[in-house]
Design a protein. Structure first.
Ligand SMILES: [Zn+2]
Length: 232
């Protein structure tokens, strides 16, 4: 159970430092504190509703102020925020990310282990976010060079999978574009950047429970199916 000061801090942090919330009522019962209601922008929100907001990482529950003018009336409608003060519109679109399926001469798939949160320590496919004004093909070549010091010499689109990437309490929606890639050589491969280990595993022997991101599980599952079909 949260102490009232901790809870108050969490609520203030969640609402933003300028948000006024009054009417916060705490009562002690067996040394536990219970907030019954709070008032924000003339809107009463029950503690139960607030708990749901706090648990949610969706932008509509985490972003409360216009990033352009700082206005406090910044409602989320459908797929976008619309500022009531300056008319600024912020769309919540999907970001683009890339992943590589790279096989060695034994037919083993190259997997990486995540070095940092989110999903630290889990298995992943090498790749990352596409930079602004960068193509997906350029991004996968750059990421594979940065993470593994490998040069891609051929790439073919394999599939794309939607994903929800939660980072520091906020959901980012992505479209993970996957390529089957060939590299010139593994001789100079070494692990860098945001991965801690590189592993080669037979595609059908990969334990999907060790793979962190749901989209990566789906991609590997599709690749396993593709691999079985290719073997037939
Ligand atoms: Zn505004």
């Amino acid at each position: 159970m949260l102490h009232s000061s901790t809870l108050s801090s969490l609520l203030q942090r969640s609402f933003g430092k300028n948000a006024a919330f009054i009417g916060l009522q705490a009562s002690r019962k067996n040394s536990n504190c219970h907030c019954k209601a709070l008032l924000k922008q003339n809107q009463i929100i029950t503690f139960g509703e607030r708990q749901n907001f706090m648990a949610s990482t969706q932008p509509k529950d985490q972003m409360h102020f216009c990033p352009k003018c700082g206005g406090r009336s910044f409602p989320f409608e459908g797929k976008k925020f619309q500022c009531d003060s300056c008319d600024f519109t912020l769309y919540i679109n999907s970001s683009c990310a890339v992943a590589a399926l790279i096989l060695n001469e034994k037919g083993e798939l190259l997997l990486s282990r995540r070095k940092f949160a989110p999903l630290e320590g889990t298995l992943d496919l090498p790749g990352g976010f596409v930079d602004p004004m960068e193509s997906a093909e350029e991004a996968i070549r750059r990421e594979i060079k940065e993470e593994l010091n490998l040069e891609i010499v051929k790439l073919d689109f394999f599939c794309s999978v939607p994903n929800e990437y939660i980072f520091k309490g906020l959901s980012y929606y992505t479209t993970d574009i996957t390529f089957i890639c060939k590299v010139d050589s593994f001789t100079n491969m070494h692990v860098m950047d945001d991965i801690s280990e590189a592993l080669f595993i037979q595609p059908l022997e990969i334990d999907l429970k060790e793979v962190g991101a749901i989209s990566m599980k789906k991609i590997i599952q599709q690749f396993q199916q593709h691999y079985i079909t290719e073997l037939q």
